[in-house]
Design a protein around this ligand. Structure first.
Ligand code: B12
Ligand code: SF4
Ligand code: SF4
Length: 379
């Protein structure tokens, strides 16, 4: 089989099935990534969502028998909401990041990779491949970078010249020796906007992220949000797009190429108050198909409470008080107590004191104290 002709056939087929960009990489060890991952581990900068075994991440032969090449695919997703609902006084809304708009991208990319895999196996009997999207061992970005899909930017994203950074990535490891493509030149140049605007200073320097400070990570944690970040997450319910929205390379980029990725504006920017008491069943039915629901409803509800505090929405006070008194989960009761104090100020003293009398959970009691501290502040 002539591998160059076959590579062209694979490229043509990928376009036909709606893969927006494809690149080919060798399957040799990712040496630079290895040092970077070790360094990140030493600094305690990893999120904990990555595969913990660094060798598996950097040596494809540990997860696939005799790998010869890795195909990287990218699918562009929308960056602008059509008919975006407005956040109004008394009807405040939160926001899910763009990577959580539409149907969960894992499912969409897996389908494309399966089609690609079938095509390859059909044309090249004996071909074996293994696909992954996000949850696999490999660094999807390191593969995309090596395959020339985009450059590794200062906001730590892979940026493609065509679709900006608003692309999902997937990989297909194969036992076929496809000719590798060339990596792309860095195009950030002297720009440093993303590093300068990151609300938590999570971008320690261009290309290096302390994931533990990254709002995208923090919105996905299940415990109490550390105090220092509570006023920084704004109305974000899941994920953070700030280092992408400020990026000049994303200016004017808004692709609507995949029907499954079309966001429902009411789910991308939902009303906050109804989220506080949504049942498990309703949460699953409404949000179960979006990627931002993978950690369940608790982090989203905690963030919704913080968003109401961010807006100082006094119309939410009765509901927050009810949640503070009745929710069975300490994280939710405690965060609500904090928000009640923050929004209600001196008017919240009696409800917080009453809650303090009845509460038995130590952590919630601490949050009630913090809420009471706010009531002493003047403005
Ligand atoms: C863990 C994880 C997170 C963590 C940590 C993110 C991070 N930057 O490391 C958290 C929860 C914070 C996160 C957030 C987001 N994530 Co995420 N995440 C992952 C996951 C599972 C692993 C990433 C990882 O291993 N990071 C460790 C770092 C060290 O490596 P890396 O970024 O993968 O690789 C680069 C660096 O190592 C760098 N590098 C290597 N050596 C060196 C040396 C030097 C000197 C320098 C400067 C750089 C450098 O080059 C590599 C290639 O770019 C991947 C899926 C996967 N399996 O790869 C998705 C993935 C990276 N996430 C993705 C997305 C969409 C996001 C969010 C945009 C979601 C959102 N809107 O909230 C944010 C973006 C935040 C940001 N600025 O990075 C996409 C990225 C698509 C793209 N175009 O780049 C991925 C690839 C998922 C997917 N399959 O589409 N994520
Ligand atoms: S996603 Fe948000 S918090 Fe994380 S690095 Fe980008 S701007 Fe900073
Ligand atoms: S904002 Fe500037 S430095 Fe950051 S990723 Fe975009 S081009 Fe690169």
């Amino acid at each position: 089989m002539d591998m160059n002709t076959f590579k062209q056939e694979v490229i043509i087929y990928s376009k036909k099935i709606g893969i927006d960009k494809i690149g080919f990489a060798s399957a040799t060890t990712f040496t630079e990534l290895r040092s970077r991952l070790i360094r990140q581990q030493e600094l305690n900068y990893q999120s904990g969502f990555e595969e913990p075994d660094i060798e598996k991440r950097v040596r494809p032969e540990l997860i696939f028998d005799k790998p010869q090449s890795i195909i990287s695919i990218a699918l562009a997703y929308p960056s602008k909401l059509k008919n975006a609902p407005q956040s109004k006084k008394g009807e405040r809304r939160g926001i899910f990041c763009r990577a959580s708009w539409g149907t969960d991208y894992h499912a969409v990319l897996r389908k494309k990779l399966q089609l690609l895999e079938d095509f390859i196996t059909d044309k090249a009997p004996g071909a074996i491949s293994k696909s992954m999207v996000d949850t696999g061992e490999l660094s999807d970005r390191a593969v995309a970078e090596r395959a020339g899909v985009g450059w590794s930017a200062k906001n730590s994203m892979i940026i493609t010249p065509e679709f900006g950074s608003y692309v999902y990535l997937g990989d297909l490891i194969t036992n076929l020796p496809f000719e590798p493509d060339q990596p792309m030149e860095d195009q950030c140049g002297t720009c440093n906007k993303c590093v300068d605007v990151c609300p938590t200073g999570a971008l320690v320097q261009g290309g290096q992220l302390n994931a533990k400070r990254c709002i995208a990570f923090l919105t996905q944690t299940k415990g109490f949000l550390p105090d220092e970040f509570r006023t920084k997450i704004g109305n974000r319910l899941y994920g953070c797009d700030t280092c992408q929205t400020v990026c000049p390379k994303n200016k004017g980029i808004d692709f609507h190429l995949h029907e499954e990725m079309e966001p429902d504006p009411e789910l991308a920017k939902p009303l906050l108050k109804p989220l506080l008491t949504i049942s498990n069943r309703d949460f699953k039915e409404t949000y179960g198909h979006v990627s931002g629901s993978w950690r369940g409803k608790k982090p989203i509800q905690r963030n919704a409470i913080l968003a109401l505090a961010h807006f100082k929405d006094v119309t939410a006070l009765p509901l927050l008080v009810k949640v503070m008194k009745e929710d069975p989960r300490p994280v939710i009761r405690g965060t609500a107590a904090w928000a009640v104090g923050k929004i209600g100020r001196h008017e919240a003293v009696s409800v917080l004191e009453e809650a303090r009398m009845k509460e038995t959970d130590e952590e919630v009691l601490e949050e009630i104290e913090k809420g009471l501290q706010f009531t002493l502040e003047t403005q």
